[in-house]
Design a protein around this ligand. Sequence first.
Ligand SMILES: Nc1ncnc2c1ncn2[C@@H]1O[C@H](COP(=O)(O)OP(=O)(O)O)[C@@H](O)[C@H]1O
Ligand SMILES: O=C(CO)[C@H](O)[C@H](O)COP(=O)(O)O
Length: 491
Amino acid sequence: MSGGEQKPKRYYVGVDVGTGSVRAALVDQSGVLLAFADHPIEKWEPQFNHHEQSSEDIWAACCVVTKKVVQGIDLNQIRGLGFDATCSLVVLDKEFHPLPVNHEGDSRRNVIMWLDHRAVSQVNRINETKHSVLQYVGGVMSVEMQAPKLLWLKENLRETCWDKAGHFFDLPDFLSWKATGVTARSLCSLVCKWTYSAEKGWDDSFWKMVGLEDFVADNYSKIGNQVLPPGASLGNGLTPEAARDLGLLPGIAVAASLIDAHAGGLGVIGADVRGHGLVCEGQPVTSRLAVICGTSSCHMGISKDPIFVPGVWGPYFSAMVPGFWLNEGGQSVTGKLIDHMVQGHAAFPELQAKATARCQSVYAYLNSHLDLIKKAQPVGFLTVDLHVWPDFHGNRSPLADLTLKGMVTGLTLSQDLDDLAILYLATVQAIALGTRFIKEAMEAAGHSISTLFLCGGLSKNPLFVQMHADITGSNGKNEQSWESCVPETRR
Ligand SMILES: Nc1ncnc2c1ncn2[C@@H]1O[C@H](COP(=O)(O)OP(=O)(O)O)[C@@H](O)[C@H]1O
Ligand SMILES: O=C(CO)[C@H](O)[C@H](O)COP(=O)(O)O
């Protein structure tokens, strides 16, 4: 090629399946974002603490957003495709058809979502075993992980689901299977949510002890006995059927997947910070805490050696950054809690009307309303008499106690817009205090964290970012809000 000729462009597609929607990004070989699309996905809550989705609905949404971002692109220049998704449990029969995860027998609803808390009895019994694998999930297994949900299915849906099941996938792995026909699982999902060890593989004694010896008997064929590092190329790439679904060409490389928080963490934790005047410039990457804040929040800290943090998931080897150990703190409801508090307030209809009149989101309107009423004091002082304890869906970290509940103190008879704005602020502050609680627990165990890197929906809320900077002690200069498109494709 002569000096003057441009290198042919190479493109990559990343698909991010969150709780409420699927997002796709098209990036070039330098990681520059060229196109973005999102599409909502269905969610069912048939009873309290049961949260279900449809793997076929999620796949259809992946196809919609992928077709949108590649419009006008020469498909021959698309070199790779990657998926990340929430750690929800997908159930398929031996012919890969969906099976119901509910008593109604509705097989469209074949996904138990990550935030589902149905398996309380099961996770309590698993934790009572005090099995050694539990030390690698912070000492206490979360009801949001897969073993409790699998045990619930065996004990509650034996005939309609469990006996017919051929495959149990973590959602990220279901998507890479759907794209390639390869049933290999990602090290990321199995290590973080299934108790798999990168070094030793499956622990037969754990599955036998908790009553899931079925998996040992068939050599783990239903939950994965071929495991690949995230980003590894799967089989022969995209199948012709999946290529038709997605609007891509068959054969392009498809990466072993990542859990959504790990993809977000990978996308921000290695950011080039030169020229931003951040204290972490020149410090090791282990001084950074990636906070992926969407429906939930995930606090991703890495280390060269394993660090055992009571109540914080991990340490997980090579589950996010190859060669590093990962600890993952978390708050099960972040955006979901803020939405819950705001939408449940008596003044919400007035807020909606006023925000719409201004062509603003309700959060942009609330932020400006707080600036209006704060008068001379910093906005944080408005909540001097009102406080929120944010564990409305239990405490994921560092207390790791699913029985904890939420609390609001300082309520009065007022139910006007000012009252709503101050309750919203108190909720944002409570979440930031929760992040501080997790950061301090990680530091007490050996992490040394100087800078928080936020990404996800809440990183678009300047009040949320500022409260995190103020309350976690990292000043505004240290706080950097990074919008990580879909880092998956940056591999
Ligand atoms: N521009 C924004 N300003 C404030 N909050 C936002 C904004 N965009 C999204 N959010 C909030 O972020 C949450 C969704 O985050 P997102 O990362 O998109 O979701 P997911 O959990 O599906 O990955 C919701 O609670 C939503 O209210
Ligand atoms: O446990 C998880 C990651 O380890 C869940 O996938 C995550 O908490 C859900 O993410 P989001 O709030 O973005 O939907």
